[in-house]
Design a protein around this ligand. Structure first.
Ligand code: ATP
Ligand code: MG
Length: 251
């Protein structure tokens, strides 16, 4: 079943069309990687898919429901890790997790999972105030607060930014396990190696438009390339190695 389905999404900021006619569908069990240059429209798309921004055009169904009639039901079932971890300065990490678990009414089942996740992510700072966390520590806390609920649908905006290699690997493995257990996962990343290894399907957005979508083989066909994801990405975004070298020559 398609747990994320968006058709013809559009979002304008003044004259700028930040997202321009994007179609996305992700089924339960799938990990979808959303790639594209800085400013291409990835975060804007995630904000629409998670109900933070309303699209100007197009329709969104999450777990078969739409935000206009079933916003609360959708929000109970999704987990969102935004690109900037929000700051709850005056809470300790542990208090933040208790707060989130109580909002979602999942206190009991979360607590077993927190213990496992704490061990997996080697977290030893839950007794400290969030104010004193590093960027990566905040990111881990956000990831943990979402994973502990085991949502059916997960949206993560550059989740590995700020995570150390061990934690990034732990996150990759746990996302794969969630997918195996039926969740749909939508995440953005600039790290093509992670995208290539982890995702079942990929979408590439450039200037608000989805220019390619599919598995690695399908992307290769669309790019007319036999290379890795980096080569495909450069080809489909219109910037290739030769262009970079030519510009370097001029410096
Ligand atoms: N609130 C806003 N007001 C005006 N313009 C915005 C707003 N949010 C985003 N934009 C513009 O929309 C475009 C897409 O931005 P978006 O944040 O979606 O890009 P992105 O693909 O997530 O980029 P990055 O890889 O750098 O995170 C950019 O040109 C950005 O300046
Ligand atoms: Mg972004």
């Amino acid at each position: 079943m398609e747990l994320i389905k968006a058709t013809n999404l559009q979002k304008k900021f003044g004259a700028l069309v930040a997202v321009d006619g994007v179609d996305i569908s992700v089924s339960g069990g799938q990990i979808f990687g959303f790639l594209g240059p800085n400013g291409a429209g990835k975060t804007t798309t995630i904000k629409m898919l998670t109900g933070v921004l309303s699209p100007d055009l197009g329709s969104i169904e999450i777990i078969g429901l739409n935000y206009k009639s079933n916003e609360i039901e959708i929000k109970k079932n999704i987990g969102v890790v935004p690109d900037e971890p929000p700051v709850f300065k005056h809470l300790k990490g542990k208090e933040f997790l208790q707060f989130i678990a109580s909002i979602y009414g999942c206190v009991a089942e979360s607590f077993n999972r927190i213990a496992e996740l704490v061990e997996l992510f080697q977290i030893n700072f839950l007794e400290d105030y969030i104010e004193n966390y590093s960027h990566g520590m905040r990111q881990k806390l956000m990831v943990l607060s979402v994973l502990m609920r085991k949502p059916k649908v997960l949206f993560l905006d550059e989740p590995t930014t700020g995570l150390d290699p061990y934690s990034a690997r732990a996150l990759k493995l746990i996302l794969q396990r969630f997918a195996q257990e039926g969740s749909a996962i939508f995440f953005t990343t600039h790290i093509l190696e992670i995208a290539e290894k982890v995702c079942d399907r990929l979408g590439l957005i450039v200037d608000g438009k989805l220019v390619a979508t599919g598995n690695m083989d399908e992307l290769r066909q669309q790019a007319g390339s036999s290379g890795d994801l980096e080569e495909i990405f450069l080809q489909l975004t219109g910037a290739d190695e030769k262009q970079i070298m030519a510009l370097l020559e001029e410096l």
